[in-house]
Design a protein around this ligand. Structure first.
Ligand code: FES
Length: 121
C-alpha cells in the first residue's frame, strides 16, 4: 500500500493481485492513517483499533477491537456509553486505471461522491 495527497484528499492505493484500488486513507473510526495498517487480500486493517475495510468497496468489514471496551464497560460506565455510540464510517473509493505504468485516480468534486451521487447516475 502507498498513500498520497491531492489537495485535501488523502488517498490509499492498494495493489491486490495486480489490480489497483484507491480508497480514503483516513479511518472512519478515529482518523488514523490506514496505509500504516496491514493489507491481507482485499482487507486493510487499521493500525489503531483494528477496524477492517474492504478496499474494493470502502465498506467496514469489522468494527474496532479496543482492549478494555468489552460489552460490560460500554453498558455500565458513562465513558463506555459515550464511546459505544461512536460509529465507524464507510470510506469513499475512487476509480483507477493504469496507463503506461502510471496509476491514475479519478477524484471527483465533493458534490459528486457518496450515496446521493450514485443514486442519480
Ligand atoms: S482509528 Fe482506525 S480503528 Fe480506530
Amino acid at each position: 500500500m502507498i498513500r498520497f495527497e491531492v489537495g485535501e484528499n488523502e488517498i490509499l492505493i492498494a495493489n491486490i493481485d495486480g489490480s489497483i484500488y484507491a480508497m480514503n486513507d483516513r479511518c472512519g473510526h478515529m482518523n488514523a492513517s490506514l496505509c500504516k495498517g496491514r493489507l491481507v487480500a482485499n482487507i486493510v486493517e487499521c493500525p489503531l483499533h483494528k477496524v477492517r475495510y474492504d478496499v474494493t468497496t470502502g465498506k467496514v468489514n469489522r468494527e474496532p477491537k479496543i482492549p478494555g471496551f468489552e460489552e460490560v464497560f460500554i453498558e455500565t460506565t458513562h465513558m463506555g456509553k459515550i464511546a459505544g455510540g461512536i460509529r465507524t464510517l464507510d470510506l469513499n473509493i475512487y476509480n483507477t486505471r493504469v496507463e503506461n505504468g502510471v496509476i491514475q485516480v479519478e477524484i471527483l468534486p465533493e458534490c459528486c461522491v457518496g450515496p446521493q451521487a450514485s443514486q442519480t447516475t
